[in-house]
Ligand binder design. Structure first.
Ligand SMILES: *Cc1c(COP(=O)(O)O)cnc(C)c1O
Length: 366
């Protein structure tokens, strides 16, 4: 019988803080495709793969961490969870809390949240508050709320989130048979780069499992980590928090990343880098992915590809390597960007008469 994917907790139970008696809250997250990107591979002369995280149940990688965070919340007997969110965390928290039968409160920054994400949180019945402030202000309030009231914080400052998200690295290694040479990804609050690096480290050494004894190393090496922030909100690149972060890539519009130090550790221990890409470079990468690779992502998700294109143009991407780029969330979350031409004008469909000759004409077949 074909193997059906059972969600990241059951697939990687021996490497996560769970045991046989844990009540697992899952929507079948993880097991996402690692897609060979033909155009990026041809451009660079390397084998470039996309880890397509938009294929998760709520359309972003946040589900990997949320299955763990909500499972931990339920194990702790919690009745309600809270998160600050630029959108995808709230969509994910709301869905997993619904399955667990607990309440979910969501703090989102005023304005700048994509319709697709907002509608998910509302559809799943989250208590949604739009805070007069930015993401960093929301996270600050969510933290204080969880410290002073009976609610459980499910942002990526919760270690359970990082545990779940490290499974992304496991899947890459399991698929390729070893770690890639480079791993590129967007950086916002920096939980994901922290989690991937943790996963790659754990897979490259013997692992002391709580339930299965000592597990042997799975990979022979670790990748070089390249993280990319949006130029208008690139605190790690600038070396100081950004008070008014600004970018069209709303999922990485974060001025003071919670996992700042861990992101720098991933960069330094792997011999990698964290750099910025402009909104124009992000939108160009977004168009490249949809028009050349067949992969539709939300703008923030394209930051890693924007980084690859930028470093390729500077002659700094080696050929003959294996390069994995995480594309973090689905294009349908924030579809408006696809309806613009490169010059900023609106895309308008060609109108034709109800007639085969006109249609053939319009398609240039005549
Ligand atoms: C959350 C998110 C990011 C940023 O991830 P961090 O862990 O905050 O660095 C990037 N892209 C998308 C689509 C996201 O939802």
């Amino acid at each position: 019988m074909a193997h059906q994917w059972r969600g990241v907790i059951r697939e990687y139970a021996s490497r996560l803080p769970v045991n046989e008696s844990t009540r697992v809250i899952t929507l079948g997250e993880g097991g996402t495709p690692l897609v060979l990107a033909p155009a990026l591979s041809a451009l660079t002369g390397s084998e470039v793969y996309l880890k397509v995280e938009g294929m998760n149940p709520t359309g972003s990688f946040k589900d990997r961490g949320m299955t763990m965070a909500i499972t931990a919340a339920v194990a702790a007997g919690t009745e309600a969870v809270v998160c600050a969110s630029t959108g995808n965390t709230s969509a994910s928290a709301a869905a997993y809390a619904t399955q667990a039968g607990i309440k979910c409160a969501v703090l989102v920054p005023d304005g700048k949240i994509a319709m697709g994400k907002l509608s998910q949180a509302i559809a799943h019945g989250a208590e949604l508050l739009q805070v007069n402030g930015n993401f960093d202000n929301c996270l600050d309030v969510a933290r204080k709320l969880s410290e002073n009231y009976p609610v459980f914080l499910v942002n990526s400052v919760n270690p359970a989130r990082i545990e779940g998200q490290k499974t992304g690295a496991f899947e890459v290694v399991d698929f390729l048979g070893d770690a890639p040479d480079y791993h590129l990804l967007p950086v916002g609050n920096a939980g994901n780069i922290t989690a991937y690096w943790k996963g790659y480290r754990e897979y490259s050494e013997p692992y002391e499992s709580e339930t299965a004894g000592t597990l042997p190393a799975v990979s022979t090496k670790r990748p070089v980590m390249w993280g990319f922030q949006a130029a208008g909100s690139a605190p790690i690149v600038a070396g100081h928090p950004i008070t008014e972060p600004d970018t069209i890539a709303t999922a990485i519009r974060i001025g003071n990343p919670a996992s700042w130090a861990q992101a720098e550790a991933a960069r330094d221990e792997s011999g990698g880098l964290i750099d910025a890409v402009t909104d124009e470079e992000i939108l160009e990468a977004h168009r490249w992915l949809s028009s050349r690779e067949g992969v539709f992502v939300e703008p923030a998700s394209a930051a890693g590809v924007a980084g690859l294109l930028k470093y390729h143009a500077a002659g700094q991407v080696p050929s003959g390597k294996k390069i994995v780029i995480t594309v973090t969330g689905h294009g349908l979350k924030d579809p408006q960007w696809a309806l613009r031409n490169a010059d900023g004008s609106d895309v308008t469909p060609t109108k034709v008469d109800f007639d085969v000759v006109s249609v053939a004409d319009a398609l240039g077949l005549a």
